[in-house]
Write a protein that binds this ligand. Structure first.
Ligand SMILES: Nc1ncnc2c1ncn2[C@@H]1O[C@H](COP(=O)(O)OP(=O)(O)OP(=O)(O)O)[C@@H](O)[C@H]1O
Length: 286
């Protein structure tokens, strides 16, 4: 499949902290999930790829454009949509005013055409009816959809989403999941999240980051498969468990190094994620 975003050797330090430590990746169309614990470097990676902050070293291209030059940076910015962790909208703006403002920043200069585009993206995220309401009167889920509409304006080929489902209730999260899946049709989407379920349900690929490095790069099924033979059931918490808890049935579910003859269970992506973080020398598989 066509590689649309390619990065090699991205490194960025904040004082003694290596927020990015020699990160290389290749993205293709569809939704790629980016998982990692707090402080892993996910936001930093997204900010670098969105050209919001330069890396200390390394290089990347987005849809064939090289942001290493001022002209290339401008071309990349035109080709991407970015939903940051804390979208900074003015609460007295309406969704229409906010998305229109972003469209102006994205240099959509023709007023009538721009307004058409703003109405299109607001309808696409299901906010056509409330486009004239003040943002402060909207629910958290609706506000996140305003931010998604702003990222989608101008139909960018590369969409960068930083924890867009955080704080949403299950119904809103499912609704948002649908929108991300739609956005990923024919477009490259990089989705940072703490929700392993979102990754299992949405993504054709998953990257796991820890301490500024990519610890795993493969499909969600491959990540789950890392935990094959390492998840088991028992009547009490086992000594070899890196994580273990009593489930609703009363039995313990353990993840780690099972004893001989253990009652093995089907692993989930979350189990694979846990082990990818835990394994001292987790290797990149793709
Ligand atoms: N502007 C900054 N100044 C100093 N340190 C920073 C800055 N931004 C990030 N860091 C540090 O870089 C590391 C990576 O942070 P980053 O926000 O990228 O992680 P993250 O994976 O997005 O975490 P979270 O899941 O909590 O959002 C952390 O140790 C963080 O404290």
């Amino acid at each position: 499949m066509t590689v649309t975003v390619s990065a090699s050797g991205l490194t960025l330090r904040y004082g003694a902290t290596r927020a990015l430590d020699d990160v290389s990746l290749r993205l293709t169309p569809g939704v790629t999930g980016l998982l990692g614990p707090n402080g892993a470097g996910k936001t930093t990676l997204l900010r670098v790829l969105a050209t919001a902050v330069p890396a200390d070293s390394g290089a990347f291209t987005v849809l064939g454009r090289d942001p290493g030059t001022a002209r290339g940076r401008q071309e990349v910015r035109r080709a991407l949509g970015y939903l940051p962790q804390t979208p900074g909208f003015h609460p007295d703006f309406t969704p229409f005013e906010f998305v229109d403002y972003v469209a102006i920043l994205k240099e959509l200069t023709d007023r009538a055409g721009r307004h058409r585009e703003v109405r299109r993206v607001l309808a696409e995220v299901g906010l056509g009816e409330v486009r004239g309401k003040r943002i402060r009167k909207l629910s958290g889920g609706m506000r996140q959809r305003v931010a998604l509409a702003a990222a989608l304006v101008g139909d960018p080929g590369f969409l960068v989403l930083d924890e867009p489902t955080v704080g949403l209730d299950p119904e809103q999260r499912l609704r948002f999941r649908e929108l991300i899946a739609e956005a990923g049709e024919g477009r490259t989407v990089l989705l940072s999240t703490h929700q392993t379920e979102d990754v299992a349900m949405l993504c054709h690929r998953v990257l796991v980051m820890a301490d500024g490095r990519i610890r795993f790069d493969g499909t969600p099924a491959e990540l789950a498969a890392r935990a094959a033979g390492r998840v088991w059931s028992s009547t009490a918490r086992d000594a070899g468990a890196k994580a273990g808890w009593r489930t609703g049935t009363g039995a313990f579910r353990n993840v780690g190094d099972p004893p001989e003859g253990a009652d093995l269970l089907e692993p989930t992506l979350e189990d694979g994620y846990l082990l990818a973080l835990d394994d001292e020398h987790a290797e990149v598989t793709a």
